[in-house]
Design a protein around this ligand. Structure first.
Ligand code: AMP
Length: 601
């Protein structure tokens, strides 16, 4: 493998990399750096987070930047504030010994005047989220006329979040002869369209096979139903005594509920989603990085900016709506040479979604039984014994107390002593799992309550009279909904795009406002006037949805995308939704919840 110097990087950059502990280039760096230095040809890179892609695009730009000119020469677009800040900080680190190179990071939800002042001083490199970058271009604070490089980082995620218009607007004002570097973990149709529209004969490089997951990740699935989903999650946490994991959820509400339940049950857990203020999110991420939080429950978008290399597990509390996102999620573990496990909790209905994912990751999911109480006790017990074995004894401090202790315990044999101290630490655990049910049997049974109460109960499902034939896709539908200004920060749930009509869910508290907004605005889409109607709730186990047979709906499910607000993911609303109690929680209580057995570190 080549060294950084052999890839064509100057000494000042090499020195900064050494300071950062980068010894050898990663695969994507080895492929992209010499290519971008030697040629102005556009580049399409298949790379996930964790592969070293930030350095792969930043280093060749730093190598060639004209530090004597103050003009903006490179603009790097990234989907979230967190990721933009991380990239900006990385570039500052890489250019530590290039004193004239200036980087400005711009993102929504922060003071735009300050960002304008920073741009005015002259930054050769600008890192930004799409929305704020467009704002700054419109205000003429950011001029892209002399741009030599445009980087689209996590292009799939930017398009997922509905930023297509913003990408178009930025790319439209950059010079023809710039070099475009597009990095994406997945290449759905929308990303290919951007490449086709804006890139000239791009060379393709890859950190592995297209869309393929890391070799260091094993993939498991656990069969659950809505009754056993949460208890199964707890058992997975309990059996893996050193768990350090992200639990991915699809909606903010689901995220908050799962986190609340875990916290209540004594785990070091917290939630990360877009309803938290930026300060709250920063604080949660910091605690997670420091491992003060062991289990982070997060939405896909909120977790994007987290740079953590040593996760033991990624847990899909529910599979993502867009199956490509599974690769993004599982790519958070098995990084930097570590091994990791990606777990999917699936019910009978969702099992069918595993096959298409297997085709993408080119690996099989291993069905894994939900651990039994006995297995958990065994693991926890051995963990405790390991801790005892490895604990350091401070001889001098303990010395003066020992004679009394020895005397008090002199009656007990070695065996009795061991049993007693293990029981002291362990009784609550043992009693909790003493009569634990076999969740595998329960999971294979249908839910007696029909569908889970989770998300759909809080959402209203709407019919809308436009569909795929009108060029509707999830991102455009989210854009259309947001354009109606129903309320700030409306939560959008599942989306089903069919040929001539579609369905979407929004927070049920805003169903009347949504009807009123669509009626008042009389929106048009692809030349058709748009109308929406509330659909009847589907009853458990039966009842067709309006206009679509079940087969069709399932097909569309695979393609539908969970809606997120179309804006920079740095919403600073500061609201934290409270969540009510759930079925699972109530059921779990019945099994006797053992409370705070996991001590905060
Ligand atoms: P990225 O994919 O750019 O988010 O990088 C993932 C992680 O790997 C970050 O923590 C980087 O600091 C680290 N990293 C990137 N390149 C290297 C390298 N060549 N050697 C060691 N660590 C690296």
């Amino acid at each position: 493998m080549a060294t950084f110097l052999e890839l064509g990087l100057k000494e000042e950059i090499k020195k900064a990399l050494t300071d950062l502990g980068y010894e050898k280039p990663t695969v994507i760096q080895e492929k992209a750096i010499p290519q971008v230095i030697a040629s102005t040809q556009d580049l399409k890179a298949f790379a996930q987070t964790g592969t070293g892609k930030t350095a792969a695009f930043s280093l060749p730009i730093l190598e060639q930047i004209d530090a004597d000119s103050k003009q903006t020469q490179a603009v790097i677009l990234s989907p979230t504030r967190e990721l933009a800040v991380q990239i900006g900080n990385n570039i500052k680190d890489f250019s530590k010994y290039l004193p004239n190179v200036k980087v400005t990071t711009v993102y929504g939800g922060a003071n735009i005047e300050e960002q304008i002042r920073s741009l005015k001083k002259g930054s050769q490199i600008v890192v930004g989220t799409p929305g704020r970058t467009v704002d700054l271009i419109k205000r003429r604070a950011l001029k892209l006329g002399n741009i030599r490089w445009v980087v689209l980082d996590e292009a799939d995620e930017m398009l997922n979040m509905g930023f297509k218009d913003e990408l178009d607007q930025v790319l439209d004002v950059t010079p023809e002869d710039k070099q475009t570097l597009l990095f994406s973990a997945t290449f759905p149709r929308e990303v290919e369209a951007i490449a086709a529209n804006y890139m000239h004969n791009p060379i393709e490089v890859s950190s592995g096979q297209k869309n393929e997951g890391s070799n260091d990740v094993t993939h498991q699935f656990y069969l659950v139903n809505e009754r056993t989903r949460y208890p199964a999650l707890k058992r997975i946490a309990d059996v893996n005594t050193n768990i350090y994991a992200i639990v991915f959820c699809r909606t903010r509400r689901e995220t908050q509920e799962v986190a609340n339940n875990l916290i209540k049950d004594g785990y070091n857990a917290d939630a990360l989603h877009g309803d938290l203020s930026q300060a709250q999110r920063d604080s949660v991420m910091e605690k997670f990085r420091k491992k003060n939080i062991q289990i982070l429950v997060a939405t896909d978008v909120a977790a994007r900016g987290l740079d953590v290399n040593n996760l033991t597990h990624v847990i899909n509390h529910k599979l993502p709506d867009q199956i490509e996102n599974y690769t993004h999620r599982s790519g958070r573990t098995g990084r930097a040479g570590n091994k990791g496990v990606s777990i999917a909790l699936v019910n009978n209905k969702d099992k069918g979604k595993l096959r298409p994912i297997e085709r993408i990751i080119k690996k099989k999911f291993v069905q894994t039984p939900i651990p039994s109480g006995k297995e958990i006790c065994q693991n926890q017990l051995m963990h405790l014994i390991d801790k005892v074995q490895n604990s350091e004894v401070n001889e001098s401090q303990i010395e003066e107390f020992l004679p009394n202790i020895y005397e008090k315990l002199s009656e007990l044999s070695r065996e009795e002593l061991i049993k007693k101290f293990v029981s002291l630490e362990f009784n609550s655990f043992l009693s909790y799992y003493e009569n634990a049910e076999d969740l595998n049997n329960l999971s294979s049974k249908r839910d007696s309550s029909g569908r889970g109460r989770s998300d759909s109960e809080n959402m209203t499902r709407f019919f809308i009279n436009i569909g795929r034939k009108d060029s509707l896709n999830p991102a455009r539908l989210i854009g259309l909904i947001n354009d109606q200004r129903i309320t700030d920060n409306i939560e959008i749930g599942a989306i089903d795009i069919l040929d001539t009509f579609s369905f979407f869910e929004i927070d049920k508290n805003f169903e009347t406002a949504a009807l009123a907004a669509f009626e008042a605005n009389e929106p048009e889409f692809s030349g058709r006037s748009v109308n929406i109607e509330i659909t009847k709730k589907e009853r458990s186990g039966g009842g067709r949805r309006r206009g679509g047979d079940r087969g069709r709906r399932r097909n569309s499910d695979a393609k539908s995308g969970f809606g997120r607000k179309r804006k920079d993911a740095n919403d600073s609303s500061g609201r934290r939704r409270s969540s009510g109690s759930t079925d699972n929680r109530a059921k779990d209580k019945r099994t006797g919840g053992f409370g705070r057995r996991r001590r905060k570190r």
